[in-house]
Design a protein around this ligand. Structure first.
Ligand code: RUB
Length: 293
């Protein structure tokens, strides 16, 4: 896929999820470097930079996307266009492979947190979470999962179907039923798009409602996230742009007259509602994040 095709698919959410958009963008930048016929090294880097910006500007919230592109661009060094091209190819391949390894490692660590005979609640569709639940299931633990539908996009359908396909006992609920089922839940596991330096978690809209409710019920909330989802720039949630998408994702155009419709698609959960962040480098308390970074 070329840059504009990949950018369009990320923007339309045909490619979605913080990890997947990061890997797809890295792959697209690599393919662009392979196909770019430019012998002048400065012009080569300038074309790469333009392509990087096009990819970055597709979705504003997940720092995984920007970080992946920054990592790939660290390879863009050399005195000839071919050296730069090779550097980009190597950096992109390393990023994609390390991001898959990170998810495997997170799944191993998170599966330990999932005790036998446990009921989990998750929200949206996070690959890191799904792999963790599947890992625990394969270890023979008896698990029940409640997964929210995740309005307006319905990412919960992907989550529930992939868990059911691997034999996990899974129940789909509407987002507003999360509190209703809270007395059945032992642990909440969610993914992340961005983690700020003060330990706030930016994830799918509705995450913060679930986390505050879990706090009231004393249920631990774990975040499964690769370290490239930590923002080096965003100190607090005020530094993160929350994507707001078209109202037509919520309701058919013109169905209501004279009604304002808002469609923010992520929200921020402050660190006090998070038990820990499970990364490929180990478990991190959100309050310790800035020191560790
Ligand atoms: C997806 C979402 C996921 C995170 C983590 O939002 O909020 O929880 O991206 O996913 P959207 P992963 O559907 O709008 O992209 O663990 O797969 O990176």
């Amino acid at each position: 896929m070329n840059i504009s095709e990949t950018a369009a698919k990320i923007k339309s959410m045909e490619i979605r999820g913080a990890g997947k958009i990061a890997r797809s963008a890295a792959q697209a930048l690599k393919e662009f470097a392979i196909s770019l016929e430019e012998a002048n090294p400065d012009k080569f880097i300038s074309e790469l930079t333009k392509a990087k910006e096009t990819l970055k500007n597709t979705r504003p919230t997940a720092v995984s996307l920007e970080n992946a592109l920054i990592i790939v661009m660290t390879g863009a060094k050399g005195t000839t266009a071919q050296e730069i091209r090779n550097g980009v190819i190597t950096a992109a391949d390393e990023f994609v492979s390390s991001s898959f390894t990170a998810v495997e490692k997170i799944a191993e660590l998170c599966a330990v947190k999932i005790i036998d005979n446990c009921t989990i609640l998750t929200h949206c569709n996070s690959n890191a979470v799904i792999q963790s639940i599947i890992k625990a299931h394969k270890l023979g633990k008896k698990i029940r999962v409640y997964a929210t539908e995740t309005r307006p996009w319905g990412q919960g359908y992907i989550t529930t179907q992939s868990l059911a396909d691997t034999g996990v006992d899974v129940t789909l609920i509407v987002d507003s039923a999360a509190r209703f089922f809270m007395d059945k839940i032992d642990i909440i596991i969610i993914g992340a798009d961005t983690i700020t330096l003060n330990g706030s978690i930016i994830n799918k809209i509705g995450t913060s409602q679930i986390a505050t409710c879990a706090y009231e019920w004393n249920i631990p909330v774990y975040v499964c996230a690769e370290t490239y989802k930590i923002s080096g720039q965003a100190k607090t949630i005020a530094d993160v742009q929350i994507e707001e998408r078209d109202p037509s994702e919520i309701i058919t155009k013109n169905r209501l007259k004279g009604v304002n419709i808002r469609n923010p698609v992520f929200d921020a959960t402050p660190s006090k509602y998070i038990k820990s962040i499970i990364t490929e480098k180990g478990e991190i308390s959100p309050n310790e994040l800035s020191k560790i970074i």
